[in-house]
Design a protein around this ligand. Structure first.
Ligand code: PLP
Length: 441
């Protein structure tokens, strides 16, 4: 059947005047899609099917929320069990305890566990907790890192023209939104990532004032940018020496890079760790875990953390099965996704080279991003803003749709290999990429 989008367009027309930007999150709307997003009807394994009957290999996987792909039968079974015997009680359940115990087992520093629903919520709790236990006001955040849509961290997390960034030694804080609490960003200190000297200097400048340093383990919202050798260890050392809480945001990397996330992969020892996305395998489940002496600050009368839906039974049932499958057979699913991703990335690199296209593919295991640039590598936010051609990426991805390949058209949002992806998906994607390149000329 030839590629067509008539029904998607009709539905999009209907959203006008009802849904803002055709969806419930600005990162899904027409700003990313040029015009009309594709309306997806169902998914199975590595594939999604839209309302016009088009089938796609899905490399976006709900922004990473589906480590097992779509509609995994065991997850479906867990959800059906939850739906038919009580989705949520908002009281203690044994499955909540079981998931917490699994996290203790697979995540190195998870001495205590608290569940939430989204990465943003877990981050909000982590920041409040760090301020509470240290009695200090400020948090240090890195340029180009995204930690959810909470006011205190909504700064310089979108790609901007290089002229808006200011000097590396004194980055300009660019709020990502109107309507923020007027004082929210006063206590947020901004530093370029992957720059040990800048970090050290900034900590000195705010001596005794910093409650927390928050970082992604792999920069995952500006394409995919790995930490330079030793950087995260240096950060950890500085945090410890200065009594600053080290918050590792594993919303993206958790249960993807390794069972214990970046913490395990890079052998780190953060104080607090946040998870979201992949934990619930499609259901909204997030977690804040960490050292007991800090986490215990959440006890009643200390740092407040509430939430009607926290630890919902249905979410916990899905998370329990999900973590079981991911770690089954000696973590076989991680080995598999790394292998499939390495093949896809290296063959894409080869394709761009053969076709003479100035593009690179950066990946850390199953997280990967194509970047249209004439540089050999992109090392931080500033390089991303300066050297990556974002509109070329958008054009490329949108042209892949007609050949049955789906990814986020935003150059900043990476793609993901899941355990549902196969070598056949890689072959088909490479063939589609070749056609998309040929069309673009
Ligand atoms: C690194 C990181 N932290 C936090 C969040 C926020 O998570 P959520 O969208 O579940 O609120 C995201 C979302 O993309 C993220 O990429």
């Amino acid at each position: 059947m030839p590629f067509q989008t008539r029904k998607s367009k009709e539905l999009y027309e209907r959203t006008l005047g009802v849904l803002i930007e055709a969806s419930s999150s600005s990162s899904r709307g027409p700003a990313n899609y040029g015009a009309c997003p594709i309306f997806v009807e169902r998914g199975r394994g590595s594939r999604i099917f839209d309302v016009d009957g088009n089938e796609y290999i899905d490399w976006m996987m709900a922004f990473g929320a589906l480590p097992l792909g779509h509609a995994h039968p065991e997850i479906v079974e867990a959800i059906v069990e939850g739906a038919s015997t009580g989705a949520h009680f908002a009281t203690a359940t044994s499955v909540e305890l079981e998931v917490a115990e699994i996290l203790q087992k697979i995540v190195p520093n998870a001495e205590r566990v608290r569940f939430a629903n989204t990465g943003t919520e877990a981050i909000m709790a982590a920041i409040r907790l760090a301020r509470g236990v240290t009695g200090r006001p400020k948090i240090l955040k890195f340029e180009g890192h995204y930690h959810g849509w909470y006011d205190d961290v909504l700064v310089s997390s979108n790609a901007l023209p290089p002229s808006a960034l200011g000097l590396r030694s004194d980055p300009i804080k660019v709020a990502d939104s109107s309507g923020l609490n007027r004082s929210a960003l006063e206590d947020t200190v901004l530093v370029p990532w992957n720059d040990p000297a800048a970090l050290e200097r900034t900590i000195e400048n705010h001596h005794g004032q910093l409650a927390a340093i928050i970082t992604e383990g792999v920069m995952a919202n500006m394409g995919v940018i790995p930490p330079v050798e030793g950087y995260l260890h240096g950060l950890q050392k500085l945090a410890k020496a200065n009594g600053i809480v080290f918050i590792l945001d594993e919303t993206v990397t958790g249960f993807r890079i390794a069972p214990g996330g970046c913490q395990q992969y890079y052998k780190l020892s953060p104080d607090l760790v946040t998870f979201g996305k992949a934990l619930g395998c499609g259901l909204p489940v997030a977690a804040l875990v960490g050292r007991a002496e800090i986490m215990d600050g959440l006890q009643w009368g200390g740092v407040l953390h509430y939430g009607t839906h926290n630890g919902s039974r249905i979410g916990m049932l899905a998370a329990r099965v999900n973590l079981g499958i991911l770690t089954r057979d000696n973590n076989a699913s991680f080995k598999r996704t790394w292998r499939v991703a390495d093949r896809l990335c290296s063959e894409l690199r080869e394709l761009f080279r053969e076709k003479g296209i100035a593009a690179i593919v950066q990946n850390v295991g199953p997280m990967f991003q194509i970047m249209f640039t004439d540089r050999d590598g992109i090392r931080d936010y500033r390089e991303f803003c300066q050297y990556v051609d974002r509109s070329a990426f958008q054009k490329f991805v949108l042209s892949l749709f007609q050949f049955g390949v789906y990814a986020s058209p935003s150059a900043a949002l990476h793609s993901i290999v899941t355990s549902a992806h196969t070598d056949e998906d890689v072959d088909l994607t490479l063939a589609a990429a070749e056609k998309a390149i040929d069309i673009a000329g």
